[in-house]
Write a protein that binds this ligand. Structure first.
Ligand code: PLP
Length: 427
């Protein structure tokens, strides 16, 4: 077939896992045949177990990103895999035209986890956000009595809630929104962490305040401790729904079931995603009381795959593992390791560090390296992390990482910073 060979055939007769295909060839084919809407590090991962992955050439890496918290329970967690295998052998998909036997256990477990009445299952995180926007608008019209078409939602600057046209309409990241208008109206953006600004923006047509309890993509920004409590007061007083996007912060990432627990605030609506699928498939959900989710009737919202039996099996297992397993206690212990060790980086290449549980943002001196360059240097040392913006990197290790491995990973961060300071003549 010469030069006309199907590129799919070139990677091992359609099996991209063919070990004969090098990193360089994988990347070449990927860059030729996939859209360039990502700029991945030059690592082609082939296998993963726990906190470790290996690439197509057998190099091992400690995964300190964990799929942006989608892999809180690690790669191929044995308990989750066993449930997935059992479910794959019984039933995988039904659509919501019928019930399936995983559905009731899933929605019962997830609503019980946060003490709410009901769950609306979707697939991706952004679908949970979209669902919450529709629910909040409908609630504003049907329950609060906002005139039709006038409902508005207050959101925070620097937010990340996903990538749909509506959700990027209230992003402040030019990469996310530029060139994708016209934008969906009905959103007010006010500074993150600033309850006064919410107070000033709220009014009789406000349906909801939508906020991340900790801003992950922005670099693991932890708001002042009185922020969420004050939002709760404002929302109660003004009859506004408080919607907590816990897609990344929830399900163990901060050492608690939900990040809202740190300030004792109970939002009206929780959004979950990422880790809810157990690292196996996308599973998301909106969780709220009946007086909120009850505004939707049949046909008014849904998803073909939402609440499918495999998703239900994963979701209810994740809830059970958080309740019964060692994950929350382990997360808190790992968080202590990170909090203590990351302090050492301040003045040693880093300007500031933030941690909440085993979740950290590190602002590196931009004269030393960009965030991207830091990620590349760490990958060379066998550690996978992701930059946020500028020279910030964030760490979100799987909750199953051992303290020794985590310490080794942090040693590599320290070593990269030391190398950079030597290079810059400041070390
Ligand atoms: C990742 C994320 C989303 C979007 O989730 P997808 O599954 O990528 O659509 C929404 N909100 C927050 C806070 C996230 O971190």
């Amino acid at each position: 077939m010469g030069d006309n060979r199907d590129p799919g055939q070139r990677v091992g007769g359609g099996d991209p896992a063919d070990p004969a295909i090098s990193t360089t060839e994988h990347i070449g084919l990927a860059e030729t045949h996939s859209a360039h809407n990502y700029d991945p590090l030059p690592v082609v991962i082939a296998e993963g177990t726990g906190a470790w992955v290996s690439d197509v050439e057998g190099r091992r890496y400690l995964d300190l990103l964990a799929g942006y918290s989608a892999l809180n329970f690690g790669h191929r967690n044995p308990e989750l895999l066993a449930v997935a295998h059992r479910q794959l052998d019984r039933l995988t998909l039904t659509s919501r035209a019928f019930y399936n036997d995983q559905f009731a256990p899933f929605v019962t477990a997830l609503s019980g986890m946060v003490g709410k009445d009901q769950v609306l299952p979707m697939n991706t995180g952004v679908e949970a956000v979209e669902t919450a926007i529709k629910v909040a608008r409908r609630w504003a019209y049907d329950v609060k009595g906002v005139p039709d078409g006038e409902a508005s939602i207050i959101v925070a600057g620097g937010n990340f809630h996903g990538r749909t046209t509506t959700v990027i309409s209230f992003s402040e990241d030019p990469d996310a929104y530029t060139g994708f208008g016209p934008y969906t109206p009905g959103f007010r953006v006010v500074p993150y962490g600033d309850a006064e600004a919410v107070e000033a923006a709220v009014g009789p047509t406000t349906a909801a305040v939508l906020v991340e309890p900790v801003q992950g993509e922005a670099g693991v920004l932890v708001p002042p401790p009185d922020y969420l409590p004050r939002l709760r007061e404002i929302c109660d007083r003004e009859r506004v729904l408080l919607v907590a996007d816990e897609v990344q912060s929830g399900l163990g990432r901060t050492g608690t079931v939900v990040a809202c627990e740190h300030t004792g605030v109970e939002p009206d609506v929780y959004l979950f995603g990422k880790a809810l699928g157990g690292g196996v498939l996308p599973v998301s959900a909106v969780v709220a009381d009946e007086d909120v989710l009850g505004v939707l009737g049949p046909g008014q919202h849904g998803s073909t795959f939402g609440g499918n039996p495999l998703a239900g099996a994963m979701g209810r297992t994740v809830v059970r593992m958080l309740r019964e397993g060692p994950y929350l206690a382990d997360a808190r212990a790992l968080g202590e390791v990170m909090r203590t060790r990351l302090k050492e980086f301040i003045g040693a290449g880093a300007f500031s560090v933030r941690t909440i549980g085993p979740w950290a943002g590190i602002d590196v001196d931009p004269s030393l390296a960009s965030g991207r360059e830091l990620c590349e240097l760490l990958a060379e040392r066998g550690v996978l992390v992701k930059d946020a913006h500028g020279s910030t990197i964030r760490l979100s290790p799987p909750l199953v990482v051992s303290e020794d491995d985590l310490n080794w990973g942090l040693d590599q961060v320290a070593a990269v910073l030391a190398d950079l300071r030597t290079r810059a003549g400041t070390g």
